[in-house]
Design a protein around this ligand. Structure first.
Ligand SMILES: Cc1cc2nc3c(=O)[nH]c(=O)nc-3n(C[C@H](O)[C@H](O)[C@H](O)COP(=O)(O)O)c2cc1C
Length: 175
């Protein structure tokens, strides 16, 4: 599908069919993420594919709004591997990890959509609980999770959350 159509048609999925997502599609989604740009190409992202019943149960137990999806993906970055410039006098001090993880996640989201796999971006979780549940090393910072899968036949975009977009003039300034 042409990219603009894909962007226009995508909506956050919160009503999943329980059909598992085929491994070859999961692999393609992950591969698209791997091709993302990252600061200085340092690739600090780490992706946890939550697909076993045991791992999904852990996600449910920490009150992530998982929407009963058959697949979840947790996107983190390794704070020790992300680009940073401590003490740099010319730029703001900055660690690229969150932006790196975000562009990886966005790329995976659109690849999934292209493959007919719907998703919802989730940040409604407590990072400490996520780190504990999945035994993340200290330097591994959770950024976001996806619930992913095929849409239920009753699925539709959320009537309140999906449809309204600000006009461009509210969010863009031509200088
Ligand atoms: C940073 C971010 C955090 C979000 N967190 C959640 C969340 O925790 N739970 C949820 O149901 N949706 C979450 N969403 C999805 C948004 O609510 C949704 O993208 C927005 O309402 C627009 O709707 P649409 O995706 O259907 O176009 C999040 C989206 C973003 C970008």
């Amino acid at each position: 599908m042409e990219f603009f159509e894909l962007a226009k048609n995508r909506y956050s999925e919160r009503l999943f069919d329980q059909r598992p997502v085929e491994q070859e599609k999961i692999d393609k989604i992950l591969e698209a993420g791997r091709l993302s740009p990252t600061a200085a190409n340092l690739q600090p992202q780490h992706i946890y594919v939550i697909q076993s019943e045991e791992a999904l149960e852990k996600a449910r137990s920490i009150r992530v709004s998982h929407f009963n999806a058959p697949l979840m993906i947790l996107v983190c970055y390794d704070a020790d591997e992300a680009w940073s410039n401590p003490g740099d006098e010319y730029y703001d001090e900055y660690n690229s990890g969150e932006q790196d993880a975000t562009i990886v996640a966005a790329t995976m989201m659109y690849e999934a959509e292209e493959l007919g796999v719907h998703s919802v971006w989730l940040r409604g979780f407590n990072s400490k609980n996520v780190a504990e549940a999945f035994d993340l090393p200290e330097n591994m910072i959770p950024v976001m999770m996806f619930s992913m899968g095929y849409p239920d036949e009753e699925s539709e975009p959320h009537p309140k959350l999906h449809f309204s977009r600000k006009p461009l003039e509210d969010t863009v300034t031509f200088l």
